[in-house]
Design a protein around this ligand. Structure first.
Ligand code: EPU
Length: 334
């Protein structure tokens, strides 16, 4: 695809923000990627655009990674190794694996965005994280101008985090990701909401397809559909606090939702903290806080990225004031 000039990025970001890019190109192969990178340094690299808040126009090149393709790399008795291009839409890829009865991605159904972004923030939902099904990825190193392979340890996955989001942010462009999936699926239904949904569905011995359907129902009931209302999923990460902080909070708020995290720390529910500060369903102009999930900020139409950013700052400040807990953004701000 040739470079387009002065175009709106509205169709390319799930917040539906209407900001212009001086230049835009979607690359379909690694050769095209290399050529464009050699010709000029992009101002912004875009995947599915579902985890970004655009607060200003881009006065340079936006490079969208449109590398597609799904292939079976190898298999043994228990596992199948499947490689997907970074530009494959995530849920389409999940469906592809469901159709073949390969287990592992069912809990991650209906997450917006593309495959290439999934490892960057180690996407997760309903008790499963990308790292649990990850085998390796190939990424182009913008510094060395070479392609490198990263195994699971190289990626330094953490809660909504990886080397690509923290230590080496901006250095690598993910080209493809290989997943290790079960030929004889092992279900992960320990997350309460999934068990409840399966019960409502009347399913006694669930398959991975049933789990996928349950996850889709839960997501649709709580999370706004980005095709209808602009949003980028959870705007903040769930904050992690130490035991002492958790104990002082739970004395004052015995009902506070909390989940054990690494090294005795505790993960709190940012959605609950935000709701307690009175923000759930808040709307000013077209920028708001979703009515069913306070962790999701929304654009009802013509909000600007700056308005949403300002709202997020107000939310963080009020949560800090009430609970003494800092919220970190999950969404990338440009
Ligand atoms: N809660 C509230 N009020 C709200 C929202 C949530 O009180 O407005 C409470 C819920 O009642 C529950 C707890 O907070 O007790 C957790 O809520 P939920 O199960 O909806 O999950 P979450 O912690 O808000 C996380 C992920 C989601 C993922 C779900 C399910 C993060 C930042 N978010 O949300 O991921 O789908 O768990 O596993 O970790 C995303 O990253 O974009 C995303 C949507």
């Amino acid at each position: 695809m040739s470079v387009q000039k002065n175009i709106s990025l509205l169709p390319y970001n799930s917040f539906h923000l209407d900001v212009n890019a001086a230049e835009f190109v979607s690359v379909k192969t690694r050769e095209e990627l290399r050529d464009h990178l050699n010709a000029q340094e992009p101002k912004l690299i875009l995947g599915g655009g579902s985890n970004i808040l655009l607060t200003r126009k881009v006065d340079g090149l936006v490079l969208k990674i449109g590398i597609r393709g799904i292939e079976e790399v190898k298999e043994d008795n228990a596992y199948i190794y499947v490689r997907a291009g970074a530009g494959e839409p995530w849920h389409g890829f999940v469906q592809y694996t469901m159709d073949r009865n390969w287990g592992g991605l069912e809990n991650l159904s209906l997450i917006p965005g593309d495959v290439g972004a999934a490892p960057i923030q180690n996407i997760g939902a309903y008790g499963v994280e990308l790292k649990d099904v990850f085998y390796e990825l190939e990424a182009y190193d913008r510094k060395e101008k070479k392609v490198f392979t990263f195994g699971v340890n190289d990626c330094q996955f953490g809660y909504r985090d990886s080397i690509f989001k923290s230590a080496r942010k901006g250095r690598y462009i993910i080209l493809n990701v290989t997943f290790i999936l079960h030929k004889n699926p092992v279900l992960n239904t320990h997350y309460g909401a999934i068990r409840e949904e399966l019960k409502i569905m009347g399913v006694k011995s669930p398959t991975i397809q049933d789990v996928s359907r349950a996850v889709i129902k839960i997501r649709q009931s709580k999370l706004p559909d980005p095709a209808v209302i602009g949003n980028a999923g959870s705007f903040f990460k769930n904050p992690v606090v130490d035991q002492a902080k958790f104990l002082s909070l739970s004395e004052k708020y015995p009902e506070i939702p909390a989940y054990p995290h690494e090294d005795q720390s505790v993960k709190l529910a940012a959605g609950w903290l935000i709701e307690q500060c009175g923000w759930k369903g808040y709307r000013r102009g077209d920028a708001g806080v979703h009515v069913n999930q306070a962790l999701v900020l929304v654009n009802y139409g013509k909000a600007t990225g700056s308005e949403i950013f300002e709202l997020s700052e107000k939310i963080s400040k009020s949560v800090y004031k009430k609970f003494g807990v800092e919220l970190d953004r999950e969404v990338n701000v440009f």
